[in-house]
Write a protein that binds this ligand. Sequence first.
Ligand SMILES: *Cc1c(COP(=O)(O)O)cnc(C)c1O
Length: 474
Amino acid sequence: MKLIFEKSREGLGCDILPPCDVPAAPLPAYMARKKPARLPSLDENQISRHYSALAKRVFGINDGFYPLGSCTMKYNPKVNEELAGLAGFTDIHPLQPEHTVRGCRKLLDLAAGYLCEITGMDAVNFQPAAGAHGELTGLLLIKASHESRGEGARKQIIVPDSAHGTNPASASMAGYSVVNIPSGPDGCIDLAALKAVAGPGTAGLMLTNPNTLGVFDPNILEITRIVHEAGGLNYYDGANLNAVIGIARPGDMGFDVVHLNLHKTFSTPHGGGGPGSGVVGCKESLAPFLPVSGVVMEGGDTEHSQSIGRVRAFGGNFLVVVRAAAYLLTLGKENLPEVARNAALNANYLMERLRTKLPSAYPGPCMHEFVVSLEKLKAGYGVSALDFAKALQDKGMYPPTIYFPLIVREALMIEPTETESRETLDEAAEAFLSVYDQALADGESLRAAPRTAVICRPDEVKAARQSKVCFRWD
Ligand SMILES: *Cc1c(COP(=O)(O)O)cnc(C)c1O
């Protein structure tokens, strides 16, 4: 398929934007381009076909089973899209007078109240645009809190080796050094290792619970107590709240700060880089440091003088919050725990169905996801996690997450989510088991998979190291 730039022809083009109906505000000269951007010119019909063709090549949650571990690719009820599309929510401007957007304010307050109750926190902030952004924001709260008490010398964030990669990255971005601690054979935190590193240098701990292995740490209260006793604060990575929503609360587990991914758990479609929300919640003691929408004047504005400032324009991605509010209102307090129960039930069902050939890497029941190791398959038959995942694509499903978490060799991380039917789970189990049989019978044949996709095996290393993200006109 040709790129849109290659389809461009001088002289074509179409006027699809309405004429400007507000006074033009010229950019300052230093910001303006020296010469106009060279954009592709196509007629409307060509543009429409170009994007339709692209859309057909995408595999999304509306196309089939998508058990991408740690990503919670679940069905997003369409009614929430309609509600988020209402003119009262979309045709507003952040600088509009407050009294003209009271309904929107009310919705934000409503969502904030629900999310506080769900997480066990005292305040939330909607500015962060995604999970990693929420992590950075939360860590800046921890930092500001320590500094306000003259404890700015605490420079370390403890992160277990099962953590999502964004955790150490965010800690480092917030100016911290990362202290890694190992997991035990049960996949949980090694308490002795935690005690050995927690001390006067500890700013905090970042933890996902249940962790990326789908294991809920039974020592969670002891873990958060050890960190508190050392003078640190506890950060809960709540990107995948599906496992515990409505049942267990980070605030009750001893956490001080949390981020949620509204675009994973709360009904906003994701995966294509669209708008998300990494809403941050915290206990009362950290609330004075939360972001504010405007500029913070040092010493001037006393109400917000301790705020870390703003991390994004205005109130963040508002329509994501509308979907989350609609989702929560639809389920209600009574039904919300069913989300977590069914997410765990579906994951355990699939885990059991695969057990004979593809046993889980950790013992016991799982929460919302589980991890399988293909180490033996690789050693015995030369079939890697990558080969296996590619072969699953030919079965009409999206493959699970591979090579993550890092502590499991040849990992397949499978998260079916609560929105899949038993029939879909059975079909998926058959697909996994038949790829396993194929691996034993003819491992070589898997190396040519996928056969049904547009691209077979891109050179991923080259794509990452020498990425071409910009079209060069000759
Ligand atoms: C997805 C995820 C993140 C990062 O969220 P983004 O919105 O992609 O930045 C962080 N932690 C965990 C456990 C996740 O699953």
